[in-house]
Design a protein around this ligand. Structure first.
Ligand SMILES: Cc1cc2nc3c(=O)[nH]c(=O)nc-3n(C[C@H](O)[C@H](O)[C@H](O)COP(=O)(O)OP(=O)(O)OC[C@H]3O[C@@H](n4cnc5c(N)ncnc54)[C@H](O)[C@@H]3O)c2cc1C
Length: 406
């Protein structure tokens, strides 16, 4: 690894991706890391994710390889963070790491054939995907509909409490010398000889040798402000949260058509049934996808579509109390792959963004990849598919006007 002694890094965004990147760089001991956020830590998209760390919804390819790397890193990273914390038990409790496994259910014969084909390809790529017969499925999820055509168990799927996980990662970065500036918005760049030398913020200039754009769904707008636009846009998602229930849902359970909704680029509403419990007993009913800019209104048509699909999987939830609903903006790139690496148009600028609906799970692998690239080390996985200068990222070269407000 190249020595980076004293290199000043500004990480823009204190969500889970920025926190994970700041931690990896701070742990090397060679960087002076400053994390800046216009709000507070983990207050934005990261506070609105469900916290699934999934391999089950990814087909063979670069995103799955990043997910597999991340899945390996999660338990070892959390153990290391907790071991270094003076409040290890509190960290473990707050982060709620739960390797509960996922169950994917196909409710039609066509869906069953597609799920079986998808799982075979995943197995060839090293994913554990185990068919469940009716009896095994009923034992695993007693309240799940019996009206299904096929089901698969993915034992590697897991869950974390995303905001707590981000706080733990950030806390570890701070313990290793990083600093955090909240309420500090980045407005633009200062350059010398075509190289980024500082960011302009609402609190004055911050000098930097490296700047990492980890601004989640605002990465497109931030990159444009810095003079190197990338096509990262918001893709809205909403969730219904029930009041705490006695144990009812034991895995992450979702309809096989979820994978199609994730991979779709449609602007209009996509919904599929995604149901899981949190450690507090609430059941989360998701998920929706819509591209309507930063419009954060909760809409009855979306929430009723979510509820209807979830009830097809768990009819017994029809009478439970819904405590609240919330939504957030996934950072979407048209080719559904994150953007990780140096920006060739503006030396000094790096991006770690565009994780769409998987940024919680993928944060650790992203940060490890970024660290290796920054330090000139051999990355564990091929970084090329995530590079900045690919057509999907630079093609439109700017966020579409309708998706730019807020
Ligand atoms: C409903 C829903 C469910 C989801 N479920 C899951 C899931 O189960 N599993 C999963 O892995 N992912 C899930 N996701 C996706 C996941 O939440 C995101 O991919 C992830 O949180 C992105 O993290 P981030 O750090 O990139 O962005 P953010 O958490 O949004 O952080 C970006 C930060 O940048 C700051 N910022 C922006 N502009 C500026 C600026 N100019 N100056 C300073 N600061 C700035 C913001 O204030 C923000 O704090 C879900 C998303 C939604 C909406």
């Amino acid at each position: 690894m190249r020595s980076m002694n004293g290199t000043r890094v500004v990480v823009i965004g204190a969500g889970i991706v920025g926190a994970a990147c700041a931690r990896e760089l701070a742990l090397t001991g060679g960087f002076q890391v400053t994390v800046v956020d216009r709000g507070g830590a983990a207050e934005a998209t990261t506070a609105h994710g469900e916290g699934n760390v999934l391999v089950s919804d990814k087909g063979p390819g670069p995103e799955l390889r990043l997910a597999q790397l991340s899945r390996r890193l999660w338990p070892e990273t959390l153990a290391a963070v907790a071991a270094r914390s003076p409040r290890a038990a509190d960290v473990v409790r707050a982060v709620e790491w739960d390797p509960k496994g996922g169950i994917v259910v196909a409710t039609t014969e066509a869906g069953a054939a597609e799920l079986t084909r998808f799982a075979a390809a995943q197995r060839a790529a090293g994913v554990r995907a185990e068919p469940l017969d009716a009896a095994a499925l009923a034992a695993a999820e007693p309240h799940l509909t019996r009206d299904h055509a096929a089901a698969l168990h993915y034992p590697e799927d897991a869950q974390v409490q995303p905001a707590a996980a981000a706080a733990a990662l950030l806390g570890d970065a701070l313990a290793h010398g990083a600093t955090l500036r909240t309420g500090c918005e980045v407005r633009g760049a200062r350059t010398r000889g075509g190289r980024l030398t500082a960011v302009r913020t609402t609190e004055g200039d911050l000098a930097a040798d490296l700047v990492i754009n980890a601004a989640g769904p605002w990465s497109g707008r931030l990159a444009a402000r810095l003079g190197a636009p990338v096509d990262v846009r918001p893709r809205r998602g909403d969730i219904l949260v029930t009041a705490p229930l006695p144990p009812t849902v034991f895995h992450k359970v979702y309809d096989a058509d979820y994978v199609g909704a994730v991979g779709s680029s449609a602007e209009d509403l996509q919904t599929s049934a995604v149901v899981e419990a949190t450690r507090g007993g609430s059941v989360l009913l998701g998920s929706s996808r819509r591209r309507t800019g930063f419009d954060d209104r909760l809409r009855p048509d979306v929430l009723s579509a979510l509820a209807a699909k979830a009830l097809r999987l768990f009819p017994g939830l029809a009478g439970v109390a819904v405590m609240r609903a919330y939504g957030g903006f996934r950072p979407y790139v048209p080719d559904h792959l994150p953007v990780i690496g140096a920006d060739p148009r503006l030396p000094g600028l790096w991006h770690a963004s565009g994780h769409e609906g998987a940024g919680i799970g993928l944060s650790l692998g992203t940060a490890r990849l970024l660290r290796d690239l920054v330090c000139g080390a051999e990355p564990e996985i091929d970084p090329a598919p995530f590079r900045v200068d690919r057509p999907a990222v630079l093609g439109a070269s700017a966020t579409a006007p309708s998706e730019e407000s807020a």
